[in-house]
Design a binder for this molecule. Structure first.
Ligand code: PLP
Length: 426
């Protein structure tokens, strides 16, 4: 994108919007209103907006239920038993996964626990888990409780890679070095693909290679990555991953989540796993026989009946991703964040009001940019919502914003920068 100083203008932002080939997709979403007009919603990293089509997709399930009762699993236009076969082809590009490696079920933290049952089986010599310092609290609690489940002490087992003094960003080299340092005792590397606080994207490919070389499994929490950045879970040979669908994937509050298990593990009989009837091969799931027959796909990890209304909401959003083209969305996302960095730099010239925690390199971040505000951070943040701007607060002084390519605009970025400029100099 060609940006020069005079591009800090409403006109230039409007021109970028006019040239945006994805602009019609904004109309597929409900935009929260503020003072009778569209607000600036930069919280797609927290709860993605509601697609207009979600209601109809859920209604189809309700109608099927009304028309066929339990036979809705087998009858109607979209029998529920096969519904996931509509979902996986839409997810595979977003995740860089094979359809058989994906299962949509439960919630993120639940899935992390289920996957750690399979991929964290410590031995007297291999028992350590390596993760990023200040990982999302739910990940920390999951790791610690899994370690305790095995009778081990989290303080002795969990290795946290810290950011260096003076930065919040963790060096990828430090992660690789830590893997090397603990290679003989490492059982698992479990890292958030995109850090929730800084928006930093970790070098998942390199981490996978290093973990494999050391003989450890590697798993990622992709809450902030799925639908936000390019992923190649299959090619990178990620062992497992889990994510939520309510952020960038717009599938609603508390949406049904996802899990990935690499093909190389799907037919293994030596892997421990918690099992339930929905993971049993469909060919004999309803025969109610003794003995579990795995479905030889990630579905083997599914314990319970799929919540169909939740899956329909997920499908409605994935359809929009398909129509827009994930590659196009990634391209627009880069342009939005490039413009965001430009306008932020433009208002932060003489007196430095804030520092940007998020890495600047395009391959080290997605949509989210995190600002650490030097003075009156909380007061400034509190004035954003009354002015029609949805952003998010993280202690002690961080404002996170995430302009997403499906429904945000360059003009909104300009409005945000102008508003922030006023608030910073009050
Ligand atoms: C990085 C990360 N991990 C885990 C979670 C927890 O997700 P859930 O409540 O769906 O289990 C979140 C929620 O926002 C998150 O951002």
């Amino acid at each position: 994108m060609d940006i020069s100083p005079h591009h800090f203008s409403a006109n230039y932002a409007a021109e970028l919007d006019r040239n945006d080939k994805l602009k019609k997709f904004r109309d597929h979403f409900y935009i929260p209103q503020s003072g009778g007009k569209d607000s600036v919603y930069f919280l797609g990293n927290s709860l993605g907006l509601r697609p207009k089509s979600t209601r109809d997709e859920i209604l189809k399930v309700l109608d099927s239920w009304a028309n066929y009762g339990v036979e809705g699993f087998f009858m109607g236009n979209d029998p529920w038993l096969d519904y996931h076969k509509k979902v996986n082809p839409l997810l595979k590009q977003i995740l860089g996964a094979l359809e058989t490696e994906i299962v949509t079920m439960n919630h993120l933290t639940v899935n992390l626990h289920l996957l750690m049952i399979s991929f964290y089986q410590p031995t007297p010599t291999r028992y350590k888990i390596l993760c990023e310092a200040k990982a999302f609290p739910s990940d920390q609690y999951a790791l610690q409780s899994q370690v305790r489940l095995h009778g081990l002490n989290p303080d002795e087992v969990i290795i946290k890679v810290n950011a260096r003094e003076g930065t919040e960003v963790i060096s990828n080299n430090d992660i690789l070095q830590a893997i090397e340092d603990h290679k003989d005792s490492l059982a698992l590397v479990m890292i958030g693909g995109v850090n929730y606080y800084t928006g930093q994207v970790f070098d998942m490919e390199a981490i996978c290679k290093a973990a494999k070389n050391s003989g450890a499994y590697v798993g990622f929490d992709l809450a902030h990555a799925a639908g936000n950045i390019e992923l190649k879970l299959h090619d990178w040979e990620v062992d497992f991953a889990c994510w939520c669908n309510y952020k960038y994937l717009n599938s609603g509050p508390g949406a049904i989540a996802g899990a990935f298990i690499h093909q190389m593990h799907l037919n293994r009989t030596d892997l421990k796993r918690l099992e339930g009837w929905w993971g049993n091969d469909i060919a004999n799931r309803f025969k109610m026989e003794e003995g579990f027959t795995p479905s030889n796909s990630a579905e083997s990890w599914q314990l319970s009946t799929t919540p169909m209304m939740a899956l329909a909401a997920h499908f409605s959003s994935l359809k929009i991703f398909e129509d827009a083209g994930f590659g196009n969305l990634l391209e627009k996302s880069k342009m939005l964040s490039e413009y965001l960095f430009f306008v932020l730099d433009s208002i932060n010239t003489v007196e430095k009001h804030f520092s940007i925690l998020t890495p600047r390199a395009a391959n080290e971040r997605g949509c989210q940019v995190s600002l650490s505000v030097n003075k009156n951070a909380r007061q400034i943040f509190d004035q954003l919502l009354p002015l029609g701007i949805f952003a998010d607060w993280r202690e002690p002084d961080v404002i996170r914003i995430a302009p997403v390519p499906l429904y945000n605009t360059f003009s909104e970025i300009f409005t945000f920068a102008q508003t922030l400029k006023k608030l910073l100099t009050l």
